[in-house]
Design a protein around this ligand. Sequence first.
Ligand SMILES: [Zn+2]
Ligand SMILES: [Zn+2]
Length: 366
Amino acid sequence: MTAKKRMGAAKKSAKKKSANKKGAKQKNAKTQRAKKMANPPANAAARTPATSRLAKVRSASEERGQREGSKVQAPPPPPFPPPPPAPLGAHISTAGGTPEAPPRADLIGATAMQIFTKQGNRWAEREVGADEATAFRTALAASGVRFTNAHDSYLINLASPDAALRERSIASFAAELRRCHALGLDALVSHPGNFMDDRASGIARNADAIAQALEQELGPTRLLMELTAGQGTVIGSTFEEMAELLHLIPARMRARIGVCLDTAHVFAAGYDLRGDYDGVWARFADVLGYESLGLIHLNDSKAPLGSKKDRHEEIGAGALGDEPFRRLMTDARLAAVPKLLETPKGDDMVTNDRRALEKLRAFANG
Ligand SMILES: [Zn+2]
Ligand SMILES: [Zn+2]
């Protein structure tokens, strides 16, 4: 045998070997599939107790699979797959930069994430550059997070009668929107301002300032106005007042705006989610409508009902207690609304939040 021929023969034999291997693999996969079809997992029925119809459809198709043998490649997908649960998460630190947040959200098992896009208690503005935007989007895509929002700075007062403060607030609010658009966030949560002098004028100033900023900053982010606890002269602690504010914003912009309901705020504002859960939601549906609800902040309240004090507490440890949260997590009307925690984290960023999310998921699963 010449060297050339030897090489040819070796190649042929290698090819044959790999073909054999492939065949064996395919055969193996086929057997595995057939086995799977013939022996559905013993706990399949136990896993889906509420979907007995679905289970019947499945077992019928499995029988068909057995009859037709290897012709059936895979069982068909269930006819009505249950919708995935709505995103659930927490406020996440951006220490070290916004791209650091998504992996932190993963550490607590969050699928919704709220961030600050700058230091919330400082006026200093910053822009999001192309590099940061790319790094953030890459980190987000690699994470389990499916809903993202920013919370605006606490210094902003769009309702202020002080012209200088109002101008500064509008510029700062527009910059908040700009950063959200650059990062591709789903929503920006903003507190209505303090009217200071006269309530009706304050609401009108607030609406006008929101419209100015929305006009300047076009992008995909939805603005969600957060219901407040009602301390001092703050606007938006009743559903009616929030509706009034939203209606003063030009109609053509309204598709870009919704509401964020914070359980601690509305409880402190006097809505008894503990004693009259259904009554509160009936009122919400009448005045604001479920379609306006873009986000729920899940916080227990250190402060009692009607106290008008904004004091967040860990879920179940405050004046609300576990029950309203169990209701919220199993309420079909709220099933598609993202929900996130803004509860005290203690001295580490992981333990409390992860435990609280586990508790909420357990509520959801009954
Ligand atoms: Zn807030
Ligand atoms: Zn909140």
